[in-house]
Design a protein around this ligand. Structure first.
Ligand SMILES: [Zn+2]
Length: 278
């Protein structure tokens, strides 16, 4: 039997192979170039880091972030937020402010909204800006993909342990966890989610989360019967557990990314973040 490919090799084919490196015309490949600076009233030569080093570092960080090919084009600058839906403009603004304030403000972001509103686009855009502007070490993971990789690691024929998969997720300076709650909930899923979120919370690491599930607590009623529960839409609490939902609120600022925000009322910028979903 063919051995199962490790998560790394399945992702490898998505990454762009760097072209044969050309020698930088600015520094001749040394990474340094001389500039004239003023020193005690005289012009003197000084060695400075060449811009190509920063660019190389940026592309290495970007590759290490493992953004899937289908999202590679996503930038904050090409996020479409004009039109009738003001929540998109607000979300875009929140994303830009987040980048600006990082790392002074170490709260993460919880991007909540229905399918197709551009949450992942924003999350990837933020990640790319954090790499370009702040040289942050980022990692992108699709929630279901992550659970699959962890599950795969239990397979004896795979030489990857659960910790091999989780370690980078715990350690990433900034983690994007896309589509939180998208996998069918189970005890195991809840354990994994709480392990990840609690670890990152305790280590004060920044986590950016997208989810299609409403996190509106007013939809959840502790005394509700299973029958009542079945008649309403599932919430984020239903999908990852209420404790983890509250944990998320402690580690993230909530940003609504909705295409139909005429249904929502916002109290004021920044303070209306916990207003009901509908
Ligand atoms: Zn150079």
């Amino acid at each position: 039997m063919m051995s199962m490919s490790s998560p790394d090799t399945t992702r490898q084919d998505e990454s762009t192979t760097p072209a044969t490196p050309k020698v930088c015309p600015e520094c001749g490949g040394s990474g340094w170039h001389m500039v004239m600076v003023e020193h005690r009233g005289r012009q003197v030569e000084q060695a400075t880091r060449c811009e190509c080093i920063r660019r190389q570092q940026g592309s290495r960080l970007l590759e290490a972030a493992r953004v899937p090919r289908r999202y590679r084009h996503c930038e904050l600058s090409n996020f479409e937020h004009e039109g009738p839906f003001r929540s998109l403009a607000r979300a875009h603004f929140a994303a830009m402010r987040f980048v600006e304030e990082y790392p002074l403000q170490d709260d993460g972001l919880l991007l909540v909204g229905s399918i197709g509103t551009g949450k992942t686009h924003l999350a990837v855009g933020i990640l790319k800006e954090l790499i370009a502007q702040k040289s942050a070490h980022c990692l992108f993971y699709d929630y279901r993909e992550l659970l699959k990789e962890i599950q795969n690691s239990y397979n004896d024929s795979v030489k990857v342990t659960e910790m091999d998969v989780l370690r980078p997720v715990f350690d990433a300076e900034v983690l994007v966890l896309d589509e939180l709650g998208a996998a069918k909930p189970s005890e195991w899923v809840w354990d994994i989610v709480s392990h990840i979120l609690n670890t990152r919370y305790n280590d004060k690491r920044t986590t950016i989360i997208t989810t299609n599930y409403s996190d509106d607590p007013s939809l959840m009623n502790k005394e509700e019967t299973p029958a009542r529960r079945a008649t309403r839409d599932e919430t984020l609490g239903d999908r990852i557990g209420d404790r983890m939902r509250s944990r998320l609120h402690e580690m993230c600022r909530v940003v609504r990314v909705e295409g139909e925000d005429f249904r929502m009322k916002f109290k004021s910028a920044g303070k209306g973040e916990r207003t009901p979903f509908s």
